[in-house]
Design a protein around this ligand. Structure first.
Ligand code: ASP
Length: 331
């Protein structure tokens, strides 16, 4: 009798210990001077639909028991393949009229990370970053070497002109010529500098992953590398604290090691993720003059979306809440 009770107790505690973690995914599609008056109803609807599609793609992976790295890539791939965001197709132009893309991904269970900087031919830079994580002894590859590595890993390669869009071209010309151009849908005023994409997810095992992918900043010097591929600046994940993906003026995010600073505050100061993000984005960065924001989640799956700009394309979905997307301060 006692033996049966004992076995039953053991089985029960085993089941409880193997309790599944709350699933959660949060994404962004860039921060900036995003104002309702500058965004047509049609464009706004398209952006909201694409963000929802990205959330659904990422969440589906989690729901099927997939890893958070795979969920992050699935969500980011949707945005990379859309001309609406400054990553993959639709990436901004650099000073010499070309596209140079940056991306990184990090896994919080073992602090493994991968990044590519300045790739010109890799269709989905986030996938190349993951290949670096998985199949190379390095953390970051750049330029031609990174493209070559992506090709060796059998990733899809494209000509640099694949990333072209009329809209980004006009934006670049306007900035380059320092003259106003009238665009049919004047997004120029809303996100001409920024528009990176990112995702952070926590899977059934409680592993956090964070990833970021970008074309960088419009009219950047060729060879310029922003915060997005830099682990600790644009991307960070540590299961002991949180996962973060950033967007904004990269030079500030690098100097303030934004993604890592937020996770460090959670880990060492025992701050809640909201407080940590708020102090870094709305206090430290604002004092310094750095525009931008972050999305992230802690190891309980609680989501944060903090920015010091007028708006940030963003959204989340958890096992408790259906997909919700936002553009402006409150909606
Ligand atoms: N952080 C990116 C960079 O500086 C730009 C952005 O987030 O839009 O390259």
């Amino acid at each position: 009798m006692y033996k049966t009770v004992w076995i039953l107790t053991l089985l029960l505690s085993g089941t409880l210990m193997a309790k599944e973690h709350k699933l959660s995914i949060v994404i962004h599609g860039g921060a900036g001077t995003i104002l309702k008056k500058n965004l047509s109803g049609k464009k706004e609807a398209e952006i909201r639909a694409k963000l929802t599609q990205a959330l659904d793609a990422g969440y589906k992976v989690l729901e099927n028991g997939g890893e958070s790295t795979a969920a992050v890539m699935a969500a980011i791939n949707v945005m990379e393949n859309s001309p609406l965001f400054n990553s993959g197709k639709g990436a901004v132009y650099n000073k010499v009229g070309k596209h140079e893309l940056d991306a990184s991904i990090m896994r919080g269970s073992d602090l493994q990370a991968g990044a590519v900087a300045g790739v010109k031919k890799t269709k989905n830079p986030i996938n190349a970053a993951f290949e670096v994580l998985k199949n190379s002894p390095h953390v970051m590859l750049s330029g031609e070497g990174a493209d070559k590595f992506a090709k060796q890993q059998q990733l899809e390669m494209v000509n640099n002109s694949y990333f072209d869009t009329d809209y980004r071209y006009q934006q670049w010309q306007a900035i380059n010529d320092k003259k106003e151009v009238s665009l049919s849908e004047d997004l120029l005023k809303t996100d001409s500098k920024f528009g990176t994409v990112g995702a952070v997810a926590i899977d059934i095992n409680g592993t956090i992953a964070a990833g970021t992918s970008t074309g960088g900043m419009t009219n950047k010097a060729f060879g310029r590398i922003g915060d997005s591929p830099i682990i600790g600046a644009g991307t960070y994940a540590d299961d002991r604290s949180c996962g973060i993906s950033a967007t904004g003026h990269g030079e500030y995010f690098i100097r303030y090691a934004v993604a890592h600073d937020i996770c460090a505050r959670v880990l060492y100061k025992k701050n809640g993720l909201n407080q940590a993000a708020n102090e870094v984005i709305n206090q430290e960065l604002v004092k310094a003059g750095g525009d931008g924001g972050i999305i992230g989640l802690d190891n309980k799956g609680n989501v944060v979306m903090t920015f010091n700009t007028a708006g940030m394309y963003r959204g989340f979905k958890t096992s408790e809440k259906k997909a919700q997307v936002f553009i402006y301060k409150t909606n």
